[in-house]
Structures are given as structure tokens and as C-alpha cells.
Write a protein that binds this ligand. Sequence first.
Ligand code: SF4
Length: 110
Amino acid sequence: MHQTTELNCSVLSCAYNNNLKQKCCLTDILIEGDSAPVADQTRCASFDPKFDSNPVPESCSTTKDAFIACSATLCTFNENEACIAKEITVDSTKDTQSSTQTRCQSFRRL
Ligand code: SF4
């Protein structure tokens, strides 16, 4: 059984972001950061730009914990390329239009 994680996200310009709860609507995401030594070198590869102005995507009135696949193996919460943290936060720079502007704020170097 996959470990799941409470997934907070402040990337309001993502198509899967519940802006009101600042939570991700997806139940599976991918964080990338092959041998990233710091949080700024990680990114949410599941990011997709939002094209409508609806703050809550239809598919997402309720948010659930998510399974997080992660390639940032230098993180203390990484176990076999899966995240075992109880809770993480994904954030980004202002007006994010690309996954490269996102990061896993909860990254902690081993
Ligand atoms: S906390 Fe660590 S293991 Fe979990 S998603 Fe972020 S970088 Fe990956």
C-alpha cells in the first residue's frame, strides 16, 4: 500500500489547485529533483497552467492525501523515490506559468 501525504500547494495558477483551500486536487503527483541538494532545485512536474478563472477546479471540491513519487533522493523524506513525509507544501514564484518555477518547500537535505 502506497504511503500518502497531505499535499498543501500555493501555486494558484495551476489547473489542479484548489485556490480556496490551497491544496492540490491530484491524488498522484511527481516531484522532480535528481540529486537536488536544495529545495530550489526541485520542481512539481505535475504542474499544468490554469486557463480558466474558476478558483476551484470542478473535480476538486474535496481534496485527499496524495501519493508523491519523487526523484529528489537527497531528501530526508525520500524512500525508494516516494515521499514518506506526513505533510508537504509545494510553492512557487509569482505568476507561475511553468513547472520550473515551482518547488517542494518541504525538502530537507539528508
Ligand atoms: S519532502 Fe522530499 S521526498 Fe517529499 S516530495 Fe518534497 S523533496 Fe520529495
